[in-house]
Design a protein around this ligand. Structure first.
Ligand code: FES
Length: 297
């Protein structure tokens, strides 16, 4: 059975879909119930403020700490008792990190669908299991006569953590969760290129234009024409099918990230990366765009 077969099998699990149907709205509604503060916390956990997802940074703490604990435990089993305290401390640090990774991970997961959601939920369940096992291991380490059992449990936990980390990697590298969907191999236009007849873009409306292989969102607000990459940086949603908001921003139709039309910056997550922004001009009745110099070139 190949790794892809395993991922497909996970995606087909009906119980994961049923659980996702219950858990996902609960997370979304919890943030909504918090009003503006809830939205700020949600954006913080996504990493919108960082311009990068927060979750993969935090996951380094439990994975790194528990890897250290695995090595130190192995040395203890080999007869080097002086590594006991180090192993216990590494497990405790990993438990703190796992709590942060769980909260940020659940927040990111709340914006996923279908196969990504099923694999993400399995990833989360494995992490919860591993964390519970490590917590038990930590407790037993403090009890007289349970050291070998505690170490054995930690090693089981490490196996589960490794399997879960593999699923996390698959979500990023194969399913492109947390990847900037505007960072593509095709070049954004550096010279002005016509994308739409000016007459087709009316006040307070949005249209999709095409600059070679690049889909461009065009919006007209207060007589001014704005242009961003149409493909949402979060998971590739079509911004032109979203909502044009009064504060000169656009809301993605898929997971409701909001981007400023003025500079492409993220106003609201789950997106963490800004949208490439184009300069616009009218030439011979055509709207023309070119990329404003930025790191997408
Ligand atoms: S694709 Fe998820 S917010 Fe746009």
């Amino acid at each position: 059975m190949s790794a892809d077969d395993v991922m497909d099998a996970i995606a087909k699990q009906e119980w994961l879909e049923a659980a996702g149907d219950k858990i996902q709205p609960a997370i979304i509604n919890t943030f909504k119930a918090g009003g503006e503060a809830g939205q700020k916390i949600k954006n913080f956990l996504h990493g919108t403020w960082l311009g990068h997802p927060l979750h993969p940074i935090i996951t380094d703490v439990p994975v790194g700490s528990w890897t250290a604990a695995f090595v130190l435990d192995a040395m203890e089993l080999a007869g080097n008792k002086k590594y006991k305290a180090g192993a216990d401390a590494a497990i405790a640090i990993g438990l703190f990190g796992a709590a942060g990774a769980a909260v940020s991970g659940m927040t990111d997961w709340s914006g996923t669908t279908k196969k990504k959601r099923a694999i993400g939920l399995m990833h989360g369940l494995l992490n919860i299991s591993a964390t519970a096992i490590y917590a038990t291991s930590y407790y037993l380490r403090k009890k007289e006569g349970s050291r070998t059992t505690a170490i054995g449990l930690a090693m089981v936990g490490y196996g589960i953590t490794s399997a879960s980390a593999y699923l996390g990697g698959h979500l990023v590298y194969a399913e492109q969760v947390g990847v900037d969907h505007t960072a593509i191999s095709v070049e954004y236009p550096k010279e002005f290129v016509a994308v739409l007849p000016e007459a087709e873009l009316t006040e307070n409306s949005m249209k999709r234009g095409q600059a070679g292989e690049i889909s461009v969102l065009l919006a007209k607000k207060n007589g001014e024409i704005f242009a961003l990459a149409n493909t949402c940086s979060h998971l590739g949603g079509p911004l032109c099918d979203g909502d044009l908001l009064d504060d000169c921003s656009v809301r993605c139709p898929w997971h409701h990230s909001v981007f400023s039309l003025k500079d492409g910056s993220v106003i609201d997550g789950p997106a963490t990366e800004p949208q490439p922004k184009f300069e616009t001009r009218i030439n011979n009745g055509q709207i023309e765009v070119r990329l404003i110099k930025n790191d997408k070139q």
